[in-house]
Design a protein around this ligand. Structure first.
Ligand code: CTP
Length: 416
């Protein structure tokens, strides 16, 4: 099957060396897309399938897509000691899909093929993306294996819910390969072996709420949800159990994240406050509409023949961040708010930020300067993270993921 050099090809230049393990589930075909993402973004990838994975996708496909020979066994190119070297030289090992069988072997340290040997020798971060039927995922044996792997520092991504192999649906789908790639990229970017939010539960809100005037019209705002999604994705890549409450966002679900969709501020409040009861941190990145119409028409509001505009009476929405910060349903939970400010004649952006931090009562406030509409829908962001304990951290212009990591760093530092 293989001719040479399946063993840990040394890192080519500064290209990160990724080992893509593939175990024997039908979702193996989705790993081809994951592989392409890695190679197209400059990663050096060694694919290590199991024998069962090769029944779904052949070695030639993996070899052609990775540009390298492929083997499932330890008995090829023995002189290069592949069962040790591949793991030793990796910057990241990701297994997608990871079957119940693969998780069991990894949890118990079995090493009867090249992939399981690689998992035993790797000292780099290990990401496992399970995919299986719901019954197998929920089985006590699988749950115990996942808990063992997590306790040893592996990042086990929660499977997605949806259509499974047959006609059935439920939890157990492999998340979108593009989103698995994003998690891997975050893990690689940090270069830390152990996820520091492992065992923590966090809630993130994202997007902008809508307050309906009638079935077709609403009051809304320009929030794209990108910063909130970056927060959810980075938290998942650091091992947290994440609930993302998304208001009117059209972005793909981040891998391993539970997404709750809402429309209005009242729905956002109920979802966030409900999830906050069990959370170690809540980050309010959403832009809730501050006002809603006193009444919503059940039918489309028609133009008046006399040219007059209909009256628009508004009432104030609940302030969710203030409520979370005041009620403190979970003592010790870190509450984070955002403030998009332009500055005005009453104060600078930072002065308004400090005043808002005190008014809201949260632990951290991420202050954005949105003068001129910058930030909305943009890939980059810059901010100052103000803390109730007086600290202020400047985060220079960079990706929204970089700001998200800076926020989690501050959250982790304040977790009991
Ligand atoms: N927020 C909230 N509930 C609201 C409005 C805002 O939880 N009804 C949260 C936002 O998610 C954000 C923070 O409060 O984390 C600050 O939002 P911002 O719109 O700047 O605050 P406002 O209280 O609306 O202040 P302003 O009067 O400056 O608009």
């Amino acid at each position: 099957m293989t001719t040479d050099a399946t063993a840990g090809t040394p890192n080519q230049g500064s290209r990160p060396h990724v080992v893509l393990g593939v175990s024997g589930g039908i979702a193996a075909y989705k790993a081809c897309e994951l592989l392409r993402r890695f190679t197209e973004s400059g990663h050096d990838v060694t694919v290590v399938p199991t024998a069962a994975a090769l029944r779904f996708v052949g070695a030639d496909t993996w070899a052609a897509l990775s540009g390298k020979p492929v083997s499932a066994e330890v008995w090829h190119d023995v002189h290069q000691v592949p069962h040790v070297r591949i793991g030793q030289t990796a910057d990241l090992v990701v297994v997608a899909p990871a079957t119940a069988d693969l998780l069991a072997k990894a949890a118990h340290g079995l090493a009867d093929d090249l992939l399981t040997n690689t998992l035993l020798t790797a000292r780099c971060p290990v990401v496992l993306a399970p995919a299986m039927h719901t019954e197998m995922w929920e089985h006590a044996a699988t749950a115990a294996n996942v808990a063992t792997l997590r306790s040893r520092g592996a990042l086990v991504i929660e499977p997605a819910e949806g259509r499974l192999t047959g006609a059935d649906t439920g939890k157990g789908r492999l998340p979108d390969p593009i989103e698995i790639f994003e998690v891997c990229r975050e893990v690689l970017s940090r270069g830390v072996a152990a996820p520091d939010l492992a065992g923590r539960t966090v809630v993130v809100s994202a997007g902008g709420t809508r307050e309906y005037l009638d079935p077709v019209r609403f009051l809304g705002n320009r929030s794209s949800g990108l910063q909130g999604y970056a927060l959810a994705r980075t938290a998942a890549s650091r091992g947290a159990e994440v609930t993302l409450v998304a208001a009117n966002v059209s972005l793909p679900d981040p891998a391993g994240v539970k997404v709750v969709r809402v429309e209005t501020t009242a729905e956002l409040r109920d979802a966030v406050v409900g999830a906050a009861a069990g959370a170690d941190a809540v980050v309010m990145a959403a832009a809730p509409a501050d006002f809603r119409p006193v009444a919503t028409s059940g039918t489309k509001i028609k133009k008046a023949p006399d040219g007059s505009a209909p009256p628009l009476e508004l009432t104030q929405n609940p302030d969710i961040l203030h409520e979370l910060s005041t009620d403190r349903v979970r003592p010790g939970a870190v509450i984070v708010g955002f403030a998009a400010e332009t500055g005005d004649d009453t104060g600078s952006v930072l002065e308004l930020g400090r005043a808002k931090l005190a008014r809201k009562g949260c632990d951290l406030l991420v202050v954005n300067d949105v003068t001129g509409g910058a930030v909305f829908g943009a890939p980059d962001n810059q901010a100052v993270i103000l803390a109730a304990d007086g600290a202020a951290v400047d985060v220079p212009l960079g990706s929204k993921a970089a700001l998200a990591h800076a926020i989690w760093d501050q959250v982790v530092a304040r977790m009991p």
